[in-house]
Write a protein that binds this ligand. Structure first.
Ligand code: C2E
Ligand code: MG
Ligand code: MG
Ligand code: MG
Length: 274
């Protein structure tokens, strides 16, 4: 029966997931073109130093304006880029643009110069020479140590030994490293114990729950205390209301990020308001 089918045109029996496969290949090609054509842009979201009441730095978030589909969420295309290793050149591009952003803040006279944090996935970390390339770019841009921060984002388990080496190398050169989205996915207390992150960012689900759920509140409060004991900065992500920020201030939490503080915006908008 199979042989009889050969040479004949088959009806389209592809499943939705196979069509998604074709879609993915097309999207990957377009993403590659977007990177080559500098169509990827960075948005910057401020991070508030709560007691000092000033913006300490900005997180760089990649944006892709797709020619037909409009803005594509990084949640979608970063995963695709990770599957195809395209994340490596994208990551290098992001780091270059982030370094340029720090320089622009400095030239605009923003004092102290805010840090810019870039997201780095484990896939990028395992790529040999990543840290050396980051250092070369930071030095080339003549930036002060500490102006660039790496946020390690992971959906799978982190290789503790590898991340420990990366953190050590970064810190020796003044680049700070943050653990992103703590309290969700594959994050765990062993990472806080064995890895000396400069910063831990608490997943936004905690800020969302904190006013209604005393358990979420207790976790934030005690994480802030743990941060002080470990000399690790704690950033609470996803702060959207004044009440949430007031509670964070009351319990002595140091940093907050979220739509209340500011939505991700183009660099020029922050420079204009700085
Ligand atoms: P993330 O690093 O945890 O970034 C925070 C995400 O939460 C951003 O989504 C931001 O827009 C969103 N957000 C910030 N404040 C609030 C808030 O108050 N409420 C809510 N509901 N959301 C808020 P975005 O920009 O869509 O990025 C999603 C994820 O994509 C990032 O999560 C990060 O893991 C990844 N990503 C973004 N840019 C890059 C990049 O350049 N490289 C890599 N490897 N990953 C990136
Ligand atoms: Mg992040
Ligand atoms: Mg995060
Ligand atoms: Mg995230």
């Amino acid at each position: 029966a199979l042989a009889a089918l050969q040479g004949q045109s088959l009806p389209d029996t592809s499943t939705p997931s196979e069509q998604l496969g074709i879609d993915k290949i097309r999207l990957e090609t377009q993403l590659r073109e977007a990177l080559a054509g500098h169509a990827l842009e960075l948005s910057y979201q401020p991070i508030l130093d709560i007691p000092a009441d000033r913006i300490a730095g900005y997180e760089a978030l990649v944006r892709w304006q797709h020619p037909e589909r409009g803005p594509v969420s990084p949640a979608e295309f970063v995963a695709l880029a990770e599957e195809t290793s395209l994340i490596v050149p994208i990551g290098e591009y992001v780091i270059d643009v982030a370094c340029a952003a720090v320089s622009r803040f400095a030239r605009a006279g923003v004092d102290p110069v805010p840090f810019v944090a870039v997201n780095v996935s484990a896939r990028q970390l395992v790529h040999p020479g990543l840290v050396e390339r980051i250092l070369a770019r930071v030095h080339h841009a003549g930036l002060p140590a500490g102006s660039l921060k790496l946020e390690i984002t992971e959906s799978r388990a982190l290789d503790i030994e590898l991340v420990a080496r990366v953190i050590e190398l970064c810190q020796r050169h003044g680049i700070r490293v943050a653990l992103d989205d703590f309290g969700t996915g594959y994050s765990h207390f062993g990472q806080l114990h064995r890895l000396h992150f400069d910063t831990v960012k608490l997943d936004r689900s905690f800020a969302h729950a904190m006013l209604a759920d005393p358990r979420a509140m207790a976790i934030i409060e005690h994480l802030a205390e743990l941060g002080r004991a470990l000399r690790t900065d704690i950033v609470v992500e996803g702060v959207e209301t004044g009440e949430q920020l007031a509670e964070l201030r009351r319990i002595g939490c140091r940093y907050a990020q979220g739509y209340l503080i500011g939505r991700p915006r183009a660099l020029g908008e922050w420079l204009a308001s700085a």
